[in-house]
Every structure is written in structure tokens, then in C-alpha cells.
Design a protein around this ligand. Structure first.
Ligand code: DGJ
Length: 723
């Protein structure tokens, strides 16, 4: 609910449990006033007057200094010397922007963001959008701040649109959100970091005076940092305390962080990385920032995650597969790598059928001259030697077995040894006069160019049109360097990274709406582009190239800080694990994969009878439980980052079923007994697990007994409420 208190000039954005407030100061400056637990009453009008005057602060806003004010969308050039949200450069070389309030409007629902992925509202949702218009009168530069309030889901989606009505201007920085958190003494910053095959570890550090940030500069969101931060109280835990989450719906370079001022306020911000970014706005042109999703939780990190999960699952992911059970795939990659022919794939599918897999996915190596990673990327037609009968035949053979057929693409890349590159060397990103350095023998196509996007749309469409392909794995296997576009003039080279992402979104929008029955899964050497932007087009992501069960406990747990298990593709693979060599029991591999989007990355033909039987059982059990994993609420009970174990609890939407996933990374022989205290149960109801029955009260206060005496023990306990 959006309320404007016109006497005191305060906006209140209320969700079920939270309030976000802004105030117009002396008819001009838009201030951030409050973000936290839902308020029943208005703020005291003195909230701003009580602020201490600081010697030496220039009074550039009447009796106030912007250096001290909690600004809602700060600009460079004023007395406010903290990290600004907006930085513009004008024709005379000056860089001072001064925004003042003009007016505002409230609309029902949520307008779409032109060309960008974003959360959305559906008919019947209690979602309203407030648009606040600010203006720099000297430059005739207008900023429209947009706040969509998801009342039921407890989240606020924020973005800014900058419209230049003056002479030509250049936008050098335009964050999506910046929030001056007042009284942020003793706070921590949480973010998700890692690298290839160890994506999204949880980093938590104290916020110290000055600016601390995480950034991506590689052209995509990346595996090194994820476009998300949370600021929280020092005492905040998984289940208690104030947590302020900011997540960016964007797949390119980003910057997010917090700057602690000397006066106890931290400016938390998130948006496109200003490094190598500048956007020219001629008179009448506009720039739309991506969307930032803000979530406040008084129930610790877990409370914040549950809000993101539900919002992203139901109001970010789209399409036919958003709400229905998805395919259980068998992917060929770790079985065949580049060595296969059409009969190999049919045989893999035949064996997969035995365990109940429903989709056979042919990974890399099926096209053009691609028999190694040295050639062929960009040439999207079948390799006639490998697939002499064609993709149509192969899909039909797989379909005849009763399975769907899926195919791998890596559309954003090109091998220098390809027809595409020989014909269009200027279609790749490059810096004039410099060598273009390949990695994995590939360079990046220039998706900022329309003709490149059109070529990719046409090539992929022609494949999808001539074979019955019902699943697509969209891969992307390199970070960008030596970035430049031969299609843009010198003064617009700062637009290339962002235009690349806009081009990518255009391609994805076109293909996903042209092929609504295809289930698209995104991948970037595993989870190198696991972000809300990609989830808008593809509801699931290959979480990591590391499918080792122990490592996956941490990768999936870290990913779940923001993203639901329904978005994490998780496959059972062979041992020793191909990425890191560890041997884990088959049961553990099944149990760890099951809460995600289950699949297989192994040759069923090489499995033992016992493994085949366990796979069959796993598929059956998964089909019975996936609704709880994917639509229910997650409680993270024991962290694999802090202990030798990992315990997750999923509760079904109707609260009738609870699943406890207990896994041991390392055990201690004759170790201590542990009592895992479950959460959010009905204390007075009884829950049946196997042939035992417990009161909810007992499970939450006494706990479930577990002895972590061996490494790699894996248990999945199912509790059904009986009264
Ligand atoms: C990287 C992906 O993460 C793998 O699953 C596989 O598809 C390879 N690329 C194929 O080149």
C-alpha cells in the first residue's frame, strides 16, 4: 500500500511486514526516511530536525548540508561527497547535478521496464507503483524514480529512468538503488563470492568507515561476485535480526556496496558498474536503469531468502514452466564430452529411459566442425559426419523411446576457426589495434549489434524449427576482455557492455516467446551468470560445473541466500567426480541433487544394478517431493560453511509435509549426539516420520537426533502432519 502524507510530505510504502518511507524536504530534496518493520503511525516530524549540525559541512540545501542528509537518489557535484547514485556530464564539461522534487503519481500494478527483465504483477495482486519525478532545472534533466510495492510478497522493486530534455548529456553512473541507512552502527555486509566450480560462498564482514564494494567487470554478473548484497545488524543470524537485502535484476557488470559515513549512516547501493560505462543522451533521449529488488527482514537472513525465493519463483520467472514440474534430464556432457555419434546418444537415451528420465540432452559437439573446443562455435548446423541422419531424426528416435530431446547452444561466442568469424571478423568484440585474446579458443560476439543478434535468432530458430527440441541449454563460457564495438563511434564505446546485455535480452525475449514450449536453462561454465536477469528468461540455471555432492552442499546453500531451489539445476554424476576427484556414496549424490531441478550427468549403461535401482527410486521420490522443494518454504538449519554438516528443512505450502535433508561433509567417529531443532512447525500437531510420531513442539525444542559419526552420511526425513 502506498500512502502520501501530504501535510508532512512523507511517502509510506507498506508491505505486509515492512515500511519504506521517503520525505520531501522543504519542497525540494527527496530524502530517505525509514526502512524496516511495518509502521502503524507516521514518523515524528522531528526525525530530520534532530539530526546534528556538523561544523564545516557546506549548507547547500537551505539550512541543511547534503553531506549529512539521507538522500534518496544522490548526485555528484553537491556537498554530498559519498558514493553518488547518479553522475552526469554536460556539454560544458561540468558534472554537478542537483535534483529537486517535481511531482509524483501512483499507478496500479507494475509497468514493464523497456528492454529489461523485471519482476511483474499479475491480475489480482496487491501491487502498486509510485513514480516520483525529480528534475535538475538548470540542465533540464529529469529522473523518474519508480517503486513497485509487492504488498503480499513483502518486497519493493526500484529503478530509475533518466530523461534528458536539455542539451546532449552523458550519464557516467546511474545506480538502480541507493539507500542511506540511518544509524548503521555495527553493521555487517553480506555477499556471495567465488570462482568457477565454487560459486556463491557466503562472505560476511563488518562495515568499516569508507566505501566497501563488490563489482563485476567481466561483461557478465560472473562467478566471482553475485549482484546482491545484504546489510545486517552485527547480531543478525539466520533466523533473527534486521537484514536489508538488495538484489539486481541484471546480467552484466555491476557494482554494489556500502559506504559508512563518519556520522553513523551507511549508504548501501547497487547498479550497473560505472567503470567503463557511459551513456550519451541526446535531447529527448532516456536511459532506464535495471531494477533492484529490496527486501527487509526482521527474521534474519532466512526470512529475507524466503521473500526472494517466492518473489523470484512467482513474479520474476515466467512462462509455461514457471509453475509446472519440469523435465528430469540426462545430459551427455560428462559421459561423452566431444566423443560421440548419433547412435551413442540414442543408446544413452535408451538407458536413461530405464530409470525414468524424461529428457535426453545432447550437449556440446553436435554442430559444424565442433569435434574439439577449437572450432565451429558460431556455425549452428549439424555436423554431417557425427549426425548424418540429422537432428530431426535424432530427436524423433529419442521421442520414439518416450523421451523429450534437448540441445546445447553457446550462442554468444565464436571460434576464430569458424565460417562465421571468417566471414564477419568485425562481429566479435575487440579493441582496435590490439590482439583479440581467445580463451577456450573462443571470443565474444558483439551482441550490441543488431545484425549479430538477428543472425543468432535466425540460426537458433532454424534448428528449433527443424527438430522436435523441447529443452535448450544456453551456455556462455568466457569473461569478456578487449571490449569494443566496431559499430559504435568513439564517444559511444562506453555503452558497449550495457548494449551487449540489452542485445542478449532482446535475443532471449524473442526466442523464449517464439518457442514457449521449450524449457530454457541458462549456464555460464556452470553458475557464472546465476542472476535474476537470466531467471526472467530461463527459470533454471546449471548451478555449477562442480557436481561433487560435498561441494554442492555449499554451492547450493550459498545460492539459496537469494535464489530458490527451483532455479538450481542439480545432476547426479559419476565418481570419482570429474571436477574435483572426490568419491561420495551414490545415495548422498541423489539426496543432494534432489531439492534442485533433478537430472543426471552419467551413463546409466555403466551403472551397477544397485545404482540403477537407486536412480529409479530417486526419480520416483523426487516426483513425489518436488512440490515441497520447489513451492514450499526453506529453513536453513545447519550451515555447511560453519559446520561439518548441512541441514535444510523444506515445508510444503499447505504445511502438511516437512522434509529434512541432513548431510555430513565430514564425520567424527564416536562423535557427539546432535539434536537438530526444526522450525516453523505447529507445536500442537503430530508429525509422522516412518513409523514414528512426534509433536511439533518436540521436534522444534528437543530436536531430531543425529550422530555425525561418518563422513558423507546422507538422510532425507519426511514428516507428515497427522492432526
Ligand atoms: C560448460 C558447461 O558448464 C558444461 O556443462 C558443458 O555444457 C560445457 N560447457 C560444454 O562445452
Amino acid at each position: 500500500m502506498i500512502v502520501f502524507d501530504s501535510n508532512n510530505k512523507v511517502f509510506y510504502l507498506h508491505t505486509k511486514k515492512t515500511t519504506y518511507a521517503m520525505a520531501i524536504l522543504e519542497d525540494k530534496a527527496l530524502l530517505h526516511a525509514y526502512w524496516g518493520k511495518r509502521l502503524k503511525h507516521e514518523l515524528s516530524p522531528d526525525w530530520i530536525n534532530d539530526m546534528e549540525f556538523r561544523p564545516l559541512a557546506p549548507l547547500d540545501f537551505g539550512r541543511f548540508s547534503t553531506d549529512m542528509l539521507p538522500l534518496e537518489y544522490s548526485t555528484f557535484g553537491s556537498a554530498d561527497l559519498r558514493v553518488p547514485a547518479l553522475e552526469a556530464e554536460y556539454g560544458d564539461g561540468s558534472t554537478y547535478t542537483r535534483l529537486e522534487y517535481v511531482d509524483h503519481e501512483t499507478v496500479n500494478g507494475k509497468p514493464a521496464l523497456c528492454g529489461l527483465p523485471a519482476t511483474y504483477a499479475e491480475e489480482g495482486d496487491k501491487t502498486e507503483t509510485l513514480i516520483i519525478h525529480l528534475k535538475d532545472s538548470l540542465r533540464d534533466l529529469h529522473v523518474y524514480l519508480s517503486y513497485s510495492v509487492f504488498e503480499e510478497l513483502d518486497a519493493i522493486a526500484r529503478s530509475a529512468r533518466i530523461v534528458n530534455m536539455g542539451e546532449c548529456a552523458r550519464i557516467n553512473r546511474a545506480f538502480s538503488a541507493s539507500v542511506d541507512l540511518i544509524g548503521t552502527e555495527n553493521a555487517d555486509l553480506i555477499h556471495l563470492d567465488g570462482a568457477w566450480v565454487r560459486e556463491r560462498s557466503i562472505t560476511r564482514r563488518g562495515i568499516v568507515p569508507g566505501n566497501q564494494s563488490i563489482e563485476s567487470r567481466n561483461g557478465c554478473s560472473g562467478a566471482v561476485h553475485n549482484p546482491f548484497i545484504a546489510v545486517c545488524d552485527k547480531e543478525a543470524t539466520e533466523n533473527r535480526g534486521n537484514v536489508y537485502g538488495m538484489s539486481l535484476v541484471y546480467s552484466g557488470n555491476f557494482s554494489a556496496g556500502a559506504e559508512l559515513s563518519p556520522f553513523n549512516s551507511a549508504r548501501a547501493y547497487i547498479g550497473i558498474n560505472p567503470q567503463n560505462f557511459s551513456f550519451v543522451l541526446e535531447s529527448g533521449e532516456s536511459f532506464q536503469t535495471p531494477e533492484a529488488v529490496l527486501v527487509y527482514s526482521a527474521e534474519g537472513l532466512g526470512g529475507m531468502s524466503r521473500v526472494y525465493h517466492k518473489l523470484y519463483r512467482t513474479r520474476l520467472c515466467r512462462g509455461k514452466y514457471r509453475d509446472i514440474p519440469r523435465s528430469i534430464v540426462l545430459n551427455s556432457w560428462e559421459t561423452t564430452y566431444f566423443s560421440f555419434d548419433e547412435n551413442t546418444i540414442v543408446q544413452l537415451a535408451r538407458d536413461a529411459k530405464k530409470i525414468g528420465v524424461d529428457t535426453m540432452v545432447l550437449d556440446d559437439g553436435w554442430f559444424s566442425t565442433r569435434t574439439t573446443d577449437k572450432a565451429g562455435l558460431g556455425d549452428w548446423w549439424e555436423n554431417p559426419d557425427r549426425l548424418p541422419s540429422g537432428l530431426g531424426w535424432l530427436a524423433d528416435e529419442v521421442n520414439k523411446l518416450g523421451l523429450k530431446f534437448g540441445l546445447w547452444f553457446e550462442p554468444e561466442m565464436v571460434n576464430m576457426d569458424s565460417e562465421l568469424f571468417r566471414n564477419h571478423p568485425d562481429w566479435a568484440l575487440h579493441t582496435p589495434g590490439r590482439a583479440t585474446t581467445p580463451t577456450r579458443n573462443q571470443i565474444t560476439l558483439d551482441f550490441s549489434r543488431k545484425e549479430v543478434c538477428d543472425y543468432i535468432i535466425d540460426s537458433i530458430s532454424s534448428i528449433l524449427d527443424r527438430a522436435n527440441i523441447e529443452y535448450v541449454k544456453w551456455d556462455m563460457n568466457r569473461y569478456m576482455c578487449e571490449v569494443g564495438s566496431s559499430a559504435l563511434p568513439a564517444e559511444k564505446q562506453g555503452e558497449v557492455y550495457h548494449r551487449y546485455i540489452l542485445g542478449l535480452y532482446h535475443v532471449l525475449e524473442t526466442l523464449t516467446s517464439r518457442y514457449p514450449n521449450v524449457l530454457f536453462e541458462s549456464c555460464a561454465s556452470g553458475g557464472g551468470r546465476f542472476d535474476p536477469g537470466m531467471l526472467y528468461y530461463m527459470p533454471q540455471v546449471w548451478t555449477s560445473d562442480n557436481s561433487d555432492a560435498v561441494d554442492r552442499l555449499r554451492i547450493q546453500y550459498g545460492t539459496s541466500i537469494v535464489y530458490p531451489y527451483s532455479s538450481m539445476s542439480a545432476h547426479i554424476s559419476v565418481c570419482p567426480n570429474h571436477t574435483q576427484g572426490r568419491i561420495t556414496p551414490f545415495k548422498m549424490r541423489c539426496n543432494v541433487a534432489m531439492p534442485g531441478q533433478l537430472g543426471f550427468e552419467l551413463n546409466i549403461g555403466n551403472c551397477t544394478e544397485e545404482e540403477i535401482e537407486m536412480s529409479r527410486e530417486t526419480v520416483k521420490k523426487y516426483r513425489e517431493l518436488e512440490g515441497v522443494f520447489h513451492n514450499g518454504d526453506l529453513y536453513r538449519l545447519v550451515s555447511p560453511f560453519e559446520t561439518d554438516m548441512s541441514v535444510l528443512q523444506f515445508i510444503s505450502e499447505d504445511e502438511s509435509r516437512v522434509i529434512l535433508c541432513i548431510d555430513s561433509q565430514r564425520g567424527l567417529f564416536n562423535g557427539p549426539d546432535q539434536y537438530i531443532k526444526m522450525m516453523a512447525l505447529d507445536p500442537d500437531s503430530q508429525y509422522k516420520c516412518g513409523d514414528k510420531t512426534y509433536y511439533g513442539e518436540y521436534l522444534m525444542n528437543f530436536g531430531v537426533h543425529f550422530c555425525n559419526k561418518r563422513e558423507h552420511i546422507s538422510e532425507m526425513l519426511i514428516f507428515d502432519k497427522i492432526q
